[in-house]
Design a binder for this molecule. Structure first.
Ligand code: PEP
Length: 251
């Protein structure tokens, strides 16, 4: 059966020492708890190796927030999937709406990044989601479906079964405006149906589909209680241990 996952996305926050302190504090806070979900923290690249060495990675997985669309070579400033993997990270967040909007990440580029992540043994947390106008005009089902089809549907069933999806309506990210539990369930069920149609019921049922967008301690329980919401991708509320732990404890 699919896993419940609470994944933090630190974005471009925390200096090296602050990030290490945050990860260490989270590790201590979770040490004695038996968890009802997998926990992942998505740190900036520079933190990955030190965070992975400082925490119990059997309890907290480590994620990069991006990787390159090339294997290696003359791509100044880029970090490859194999480099990410070599730090001890097991996950990579791909296709976050901020990367799509500010760094021109196209479906084609994300397809390559996903393939390289999988080839190098990383679990992609693949983000999809519509902007406000697409929600309001009702085209959001088509938008989300295209994001999945265009980047992921050439994967073999075996590779697809390693993907975690994160539905993140762009209008809810960092805005304090959360999708209602009913809105989240509606689109998550649609996403799962899209997976059933392509890969069959077993793979669709085993795919974790996370919700992201102003998820916090106050709304996590209601969001996660939906049958097709398998956890959350958490931005702002992952930067404080008490807030993040409260979301983890919603399971
Ligand atoms: C995110 O960026 O993935 C996110 C969900 O951010 P926030 O929780 O701050 O809305």
């Amino acid at each position: 059966m699919r896993k419940n996952i609470v994944a933090g996305n630190w974005k471009m926050n925390k200096t090296f020492s602050e990030g290490l302190a945050l990860a260490t504090e989270l590790n201590a806070a979770l040490a004695d708890s038996s968890l009802n979900c997998d926990v992942v923290i998505g740190t900036p690249f520079i933190h990955l190796a030190s965070v992975a060495a400082a925490i119990d990675t059997t309890k907290i997985g480590v994620a990069a927030q991006n990787c390159a669309d090339h294997e290696s070579g003359a791509y100044t400033g880029e970090i490859s999937a194999s480099m990410v993997k070599s730090t001890g990270a097991e996950y990579v967040i791909l296709g976050h709406s901020e990367r799509r909007a500010y760094y021109g990440e196209t479906a084609a580029k994300l397809k390559v990044k996903t393939e390289l992540a999988l080839k190098n043994g990383l679990t992609p947390i693949f983000c999809i989601g519509e902007v406000l106008e697409e929600r309001e005009s009702g085209v959001f089902f088509d938008v989300v479906k295209s994001q999945i089809v265009d980047s992921l549907f050439e994967l073999s069933a075996e590779d697809f079964s390693k993907i975690v999806l994160a539905y993140e309506p762009v209008w809810a990210i960092g805005t304090g405006k959360t999708a209602s539990a009913a809105q989240a369930q509606e689109i998550h069920a649609f996403i799962r149906k899209t997976l059933v149609d392509k890969y069959g019921k077993e793979i669709a049922d085993n795919t974790s589909i996370l919700y992201g967008g102003s998820c916090n301690a106050a709304n996590a329980k209601e969001l996660f209680s939906n049958p097709d919401v398998d956890g959350g991708l958490i931005g702002g509320a992952s930067l404080k241990v008490a807030d993040f732990k409260a979301i983890i404890d919603a399971f």
